[in-house]
Design a protein around this ligand. Structure first.
Ligand code: C2E
Ligand code: MG
Ligand code: MG
Length: 638
């Protein structure tokens, strides 16, 4: 059973009150010693002295009990200061009554009692206590005159003492009251001052909209963290996060809505990291996260994915469903930048790369991003002639049917055989092709080449295999896509069902309505549509239902840690269940082990791609692989 919370734990002020009571009790202890001395010196008979001792004990015990039990909280002044002074005056007057001698000395204690009220009682209360003391002493003198006349040596002297008390005590009380009032004022201005200080500090270090660190504070924090990291030889990582097309939200829904979206993004980002990680808003729609612990690459990837996933969940703004995705750039010190400016710049560069790659994704900083723009321009110029010079190649990565282990087709992946730089992967040049618009003619070349080769596989080698071609955002938006496709299929005489186009979620979400129309036209031709890198973006059943896709490719980020990572297991199961409920085929990307393939097979995933079967290879090698995998699949298709 839990103990009931005591009033002491409920209210920390009670602790202060108890401490103050302790001080008053100490005064009583001193009083008790004085009492003993008066008795020993014969100024007071023993019985009243003993009775006072007992009264002191009883009073203090009850006051202590009152504060401990919280009984004091029922009073207007829970410190019970006025009550305590009244009790003390009463006690004092009673003692004075019983004293045979030295009454004027004892009267001095009235000042001591009043001192306890300084800082606590108002002037009015002081006057009240003063009058109470004066009335008490007048009563004592009268009682002495009537009941113990032998204790009075000179009655005028007693009244003179009373007069002195009457002329000084009220003054003392007023000064005390003024001091109390001053203290209250001082406290008020102190409070104002500290809240003003807090506001100033907040304004200087925090972002007004989200309450996160602002740029100044963040750069300072980053600088310190870098020094610490250098001393401890520990890396630290910076995530640069930028909302995709945030301007559209501002322009269409207004700035107030934009602000709300930014606040929500801030909250979502903060939820994806630990409380000890620093999240800041640099301005506009730019956020940063600083991770100080050592994180393996895979973990950084999963944090980035988490942030992207969280940010892209729909949010409600004034009844409008708004979906804002983010792009994330990742840079780690000391490798990607030794000082705070270099690190931030490189994380920013990586973020731009993520945007170039279709947004709603992440990218790690690599040295090439730093290449001077002339190098990029040179590459762009060379790329323009690459097709004419025959430097572009298509590699093929087999798609494998999990249950039969037969090759069912291939994904065509572009390579550039650069005369100077060697074989370049698409990561090096696709973004340049996108930026310059070259992607449209290059993409057309890829389509024509892939279709004509697939046609030859059937004609020359008797292998009826499907071929998948990746489409970039720009290519997909191109109005002539459907006409081009139709023409290429006619020219190459490839049955449309043997061609599949791979598009990404972010590409579709850039203009969902237009995309849906374009996709429907592609489907009318009889060409398949695969949702590539599925799981990194919107990934909902509603999303899949909205667009006429024929298959879903689970992103390799979710496959890599199968079957050991419980989150990835859950995500793969969910994607498979979702896709199957819409009668879509599921392909897993990046399968590198038998264990992964078996797990995916058990879960009902139909096909896989990955190094476990083969990396992307030149056509001849691919045909060998397809032939070796056996003819059963071709019979099925025929
Ligand atoms: P993607 O469509 O997701 O292609 C799969 C990528 O994963 C390929 O990289 C492939 O080499 C890699 N991969 C396949 N299996 C494994 C595996 O088991 N483990 C690992 N770690 N990786 C694996 P690649 O060829 O560098 O292509 C990168 C991206 O470039 C592609 O991603 C695609 O988005 C784009 N791309 C490739 N060719 C074209 C093209 O002709 N046109 C357009 N627009 N984009 C292309
Ligand atoms: Mg692909
Ligand atoms: Mg993919």
């Amino acid at each position: 059973m839990n103990p009931l919370p005591s009033p002491l734990t409920q209210d920390s002020k009670q602790v202060v009150r108890l401490r103050r009571f302790g001080m008053a009790a100490l005064a009583y202890v001193i009083g008790a010693f004085l009492l003993a001395a008066t008795w020993a010196l014969g100024f007071m008979p023993p019985r009243p002295a003993l009775a006072f001792g007992a009264a002191i004990l009883a009073i203090n015990a009850s006051l202590y009990a009152a504060i401990r039990s919280g009984f004091n909280l029922r009073f207007e002044d829970p410190s019970l200061t006025k009550l305590q002074t009244l009790i003390a005056i009463t006690m004092l007057m009673t003692v004075i009554y019983f004293l045979n001698d030295g009454r004027d000395l004892a009267l001095m204690l009235c000042y001591v009692v009043l001192l306890f009220g300084v800082f606590r009682m108002k002037t009015r209360e002081f006057i009240f206590v003063t009058l109470y003391a004066l009335a008490g002493y007048a009563l004592v003198i009268n009682m002495l005159m009537w009941l113990r006349p032998q204790a009075i040596h000179n009655v005028y002297l007693e009244w003179l003492s009373w007069l002195m008390l009457a002329s000084v005590l009220p003054l003392f009380g007023m000064v005390g009251g003024k001091l109390s009032a001053l203290r209250v004022k001082l406290r008020g201005s102190n409070r104002e001052l500290s809240s003003a200080l807090e506001t100033i500090q907040q304004m200087a270090t925090r972002d007004g909209l989200t309450g996160l660190y602002n740029r100044t504070m963040f750069m300072e924090t980053l600088r310190h963290a870098l020094v610490r990291a250098a001393r401890g030889h520990a890396p630290l990582t910076l995530f640069f996060i930028d909302a995709d097309r945030f301007k559209v939200v501002n322009d269409t829904l207004g700035h107030a809505a934009g602000d709300r979206v930014l606040r929500e993004i801030a909250t979502r980002i903060s939820r994806c990291v630990r409380a000890s990680d620093i999240v800041a808003r640099l301005g506009g729609d730019e956020f940063v996260v600083l991770l100080e612990d050592v994180h393996p690459h895979a973990q950084l990837e999963s944090i980035a994915r988490k942030i992207i996933q969280a940010a892209s969940q729909p949010l409600d703004v004034d009844g409008h469903e708004v979906v804002v995705s983010v792009s994330v750039g990742i840079a780690s010190a000391p490798r990607d930048g030794a000082d705070e400016h270099a690190l931030l710049r490189n994380a920013d560069l990586a973020m731009y790369r993520a945007k170039e790659q279709g947004r709603n994704g992440f990218s790690f900083y690599v040295k090439q991003m730093d290449e001077p723009s002339e190098e990029r321009l040179a590459l762009a110029a060379e790329l323009r002639r690459a097709a004419e010079r025959g430097e572009l190649r298509l590699y093929y990565q087999p798609k494998v049917d999990i249950s039969s282990a037969r090759v069912t087709g291939a994904e065509a992946l572009l390579r550039w055989e650069h005369p100077r730089l060697g074989l370049l992967a698409p990561g090096r040049f696709i973004s340049i092709a996108e930026d310059t618009g070259l992607i449209v003619p290059i993409g057309r070349w890829v389509l024509r080449h892939a279709c004509s080769q697939a046609r030859q596989w059937a004609e020359r080698h008797g292998l009826r295999l499907q071929v998948a071609v990746n489409l970039s955002p720009r290519q997909f938006r191109d109005q002539s896509l459907v006409a081009d496709l139709d023409e290429i299929l006619r020219e190459t005489r490839l049955p449309p069902s043997q061609l599949e186009l791979e598009i990404t979620e972010s590409l579709v979400m850039q203009q969902p309505e237009k995309a849906a129309v374009q996709m429907a036209q592609v489907r009318e031709l009889g060409v398949g549509l695969a949702m590539d890198d599925f799981g990194t973006g919107y990934s909902s059943l509603g999303f899949l239902k909205r667009f006429p896709v024929t298959s879903v490719k689970i992103d390799r980020a979710f496959v890599r840690d199968l079957p050991h990572n419980a989150d990835d297991v859950a995500i793969c199961r969910a994607v498979i269940a979702m896709a199957h409920s819409l009668r879509l085929t599921v392909v897993a990307e990046g399968v590198e082990s038998a264990e992964q393939a078996q797990f995916l097979g058990r879960e009902g995933c139909e096909e896989y791609q990955g190094y476990f079967c083969s990396p992307p290879v030149p056509e001849a090698r691919f045909l060998e692989l397809a032939r070796a995998s056996g003819p059963a699949r071709q019979r099925m298709l025929a």
